[in-house]
Design a protein around this ligand. Structure first.
Ligand code: ADP
Ligand code: MG
Length: 257
C-alpha cells in the first residue's frame, strides 16, 4: 500500500507587488518513496513550488501537508531539519571543511562527536568522495561536481524523510552531470526517501522521475509517469515540449546514421 507523504491542496502563491501568480491552484499528492521531477521553463514557478514545502516561501492560499499534518502550524526550523535541501549554488560554507559542512545539522541536533564523525565518513563514501582524501578539504579545493556531491551529503546528514533538489546539476558539465544523475538514482533506490527535483531539462526530468510534474505559467499542466506523459500529452504545451525533445533525438540519429 502506498503512503501519502506530501499533499498540495489548492495552493497558490502571489508575491507582493506582482500581478501574476507564481504558482496557481496546485492540488496533488506525492507518495512516500517517489522520485518526483518538476519540469518547466524559467519562471514557470518550479522553485516557488519547492520552497513552499520547507516554508522558505508561504502560500498565499491553500495548504500543504507532510504526513497529513498542515506544515503551516509546524515550527519552520524543526520542519527544515526533516527536509534535505540542495541547490545549484551548493550553499557550502567556504570557511568550513567538507566534514564540518556535512556536520552542521548533526551538531545543531547535539549528536555525540563519535556519531557525527562516523556519519560524515559514511556519507562521504555514499556520495563517492573517499573520506581520507576529502574530509579535510575546503569547498574551493573541490570541482563543481564534487561540491554538489558534498552538498548532497550535507542534505542527507540528519536522515531526512524528504529531499528537495533545485536544479542541483545546473552548473555541472554534461559528462559529470550524467554520472551525478546515475548516482542520484542509485541513492534514491537505496535510501527509500522521497525526492523532489526541479529541472528545466526534459531528458533529466524523464530519466530521473518516477512521476513528472510539468509546469507552465505557475500551473501544473500534467502530473504523471514519463511513459504516460509521452503517450498521452495532456495539452498543447506538453505536446510541443515532447516534440522538441524528439527533434533533438532525430538530430543525433541522423548524425550517426
Ligand atoms: P522557476 O524556478 O520555474 O524559474 P520561480 O518560482 O523562481 O520560477 O518564479 C516564478 C515567478 O515568480 C516568476 O515570474 C518570478 O519572477 C516570480 N518570483 C520568484 N521569486 C520572487 C520573489 N522573491 N519576489 C517576487 N517575484 C518572484
Ligand atoms: Mg528556479
Amino acid at each position: 500500500m502506498s503512503n501519502t507523504i506530501i499533499t498540495f491542496n489548492e495552493v497558490s502563491k502571489r508575491y507582493d507587488h506582482t500581478d501574476d501568480y507564481a504558482v496557481k491552484d496546485v492540488s496533488l499528492n506525492i507518495e512516500q518513496g517517489e522520485f518526483i521531477t518538476i519540469l518547466g521553463s524559467s519562471g514557470s514557478g518550479k522553485t516557488t513550488l519547492l520552497k513552499m514545502v520547507n516554508r522558505l516561501q508561504e502560500p498565499s492560499s491553500g495548504t500543504i501537508t507532510l504526513f497529513g499534518e498542515n506544515i503551516a502550524v509546524m515550527n519552520p526550523v524543526a520542519l527544515r531539519r526533516k527536509i534535505g535541501y540542495v541547490i545549484q549554488q551548493t550553499g557550502l560554507f567556504p570557511h568550513l571543511t567538507i566534514a564540518q559542512n556535512i556536520a552542521v545539522v548533526p551538531k545543531l541536533l547535539k549528536w555525540p562527536r563519535s556519531k557525527i564523525e562516523a556519519r560524515v565518513d559514511e556519507l562521504l563514501e555514499l556520495v563517492g568522495l573517499p573520506p581520507k582524501e576529502y574530509r579535510n578539504r575546503y569547498p574551493a579545493q573541490l570541482s563543481g561536481g564534487q561540491q554538489q556531491r558534498s552538498g548532497l551529503a550535507r542534505a542527507l546528514a540528519a536522515d531526512p524523510d524528504v529531499m528537495l533538489l533545485d536544479e542541483p546539476f545546473g552548473a555541472v558539465d554534461a559528462i559529470n552531470r550524467t554520472s551525478l544523475q546515475d548516482e542520484l538514482l542509485r541513492l534514491h533506490r537505496g535510501l527509500g526517501k522521497t525526492f523532489l527535483l526541479v529541472t528545466h531539462d526534459i531528458n533529466e526530468a524523464f530519466k530521473l522521475g518516477t512521476r513528472v510534474i510539468i509546469m507552465d505559467k505557475g500551473q501544473v499542466c500534467q502530473f504523471d509517469t514519463p511513459e504516460r506523459i509521452a503517450k498521452h500529452p495532456a495539452d498543447g504545451f506538453v505536446t510541443s515540449l515532447i516534440a522538441s525533445s524528439r527533434q533533438q533525438e532525430r538530430f543525433w540519429e541522423e548524425l550517426y546514421d
